[in-house]
Ligand binder design. Structure first.
Ligand SMILES: [Zn+2]
Length: 347
């Protein structure tokens, strides 16, 4: 969900690095960008100097273009020193895409959460030529428009395997309340949730750095959606729980290195905004469902812009997540409409 230009944040680098080049954001910490072929057109990558090797945070999609850029980065700013370890914040393909390639081709260790590893490995193996009946039923239950539905039903769906390299067996698990040494610093590990299950964030004990993945972003609020895999999930509840748990850790001088957009300071303000944005959205949504409405009929109160086809899917799962949260917290009822859509109304 976009929420305009947040107030009270500072961006020490107003421009991101060019593809293939780095900006040193702290001693031994390099910030890179890799392209994504979507509306959100980039992902941030960080490389931390471990002396005789690099630890890389997230990897980008596995495409010919990103592999080539990685080679450029390895030969250039990374100075030919090997990548010994890849730490993946969460299972989404823009973050885990090349982890398996680093393991197989570069002998790197993969470090991530159990939920991230299991989910990514399951999804890379679950290749589908056409959408499964469960997926189509889920689309109908969200009230997907007939034109988009017919189109989606006939085409090859987005497959993890298309942009994620095969993950070999074996990874190192990280968990809540552990610490990890990266780049000459000791980091506290705190799990986020809601955008992705068991999403790792890293908080330096030795300086002001936070590696936040997509749990905390500066100028967009991370997508929080329900998917066919778990239709009764309540990721909004999980998101709020995680943000409220992380909020007390935030300091104004923290330099937040997130998965997208620009590094920033002003984290206490941003944590409050991330929480308040969803409370505001839930309030507007509850007022809007004075008559029964499906997820796709609820874009107006949630998104302050027109939703095009490129964003339709993300908007749909996010609208459903908010409606389902109202339902699961007793504020709304839901009934099945004749076309199969769940429609929600103020309780
Ligand atoms: Zn991402």
């Amino acid at each position: 969900m976009a929420d305009g230009a947040p107030q009270g944040l500072r961006y020490p680098w107003p421009e991101p690095p060019e593809f293939g080049t780095a900006i040193e954001v702290a001693d031994g910490v390099l910030w890179f960008r890799l392209p994504l072929p979507m509306k959100l057109d980039h992902v941030n990558i960080y490389a931390l100097d471990d002396g005789d090797s690099w630890t890389v945070i997230d990897t980008g999609f596995d495409t010919g273009k990103t592999r080539k850029l990685w080679q450029q980065m390895l030969d250039g700013p990374l100075g030919g020193k090997p990548v010994g370890r890849v730490i993946v914040t969460h299972h989404h393909p823009d973050h885990i895409g090349l982890a398996g390639w680093f393991q197989t081709e570069h002998g790197a260790e993969l470090v991530t959460t159990r939920a991230a590893w299991l989910t990514a490995r399951m999804l890379t193996l679950d290749e589908q030529a056409t959408p499964l009946p469960e997926t189509l039923a889920f689309y109908r239950s969200l009230g997907m428009g007939p034109e988009i539905y017919e189109k989606r039903a006939a085409e090859r769906p987005f497959n993890f395997a298309d942009v994620v390299a095969p993950l070999p067996l074996g990874y190192t698990r990280i968990q809540q309340d552990q610490t990890i040494r990266i780049g000459g610093r000791t980091w506290d590990i705190h799990m986020g949730n809601g955008h992705a299950p068991e999403h790792a964030t890293f908080w330096s004990r030795d300086d002001n750095l936070v590696l936040a993945g997509d749990q905390i972003l500066s100028s967009i609020s991370p997508n929080v959606g329900v998917h066919a895999t778990e239709p009764m999930a309540d990721p909004i509840g999980e998101w709020l729980e995680a943000c409220e748990r992380l909020e007390p850790l935030a300091r104004p001088d923290h330099l937040v290195l997130g998965g997208h957009k620009l590094p920033f300071t002003g984290l206490p303000t941003r944590m409050r905004q991330l929480i308040d944005n969803h409370h505001g959205a839930l309030k507007r949504l509850l007022a809007y469902i004075d008559t029964p409405k499906s997820a796709t009929e609820c874009y107006a109160p949630l998104f302050k812009r027109k939703i095009g086809e490129a964003e339709y899917g993300l908007a749909m799962v996010e609208a459903f997540a908010h409606l389902s949260h109202l339902h699961q917290t007793g504020l709304a009822t839901r009934t099945r409409r004749d076309d199969g859509a769940w429609v929600f109304q103020q309780a």
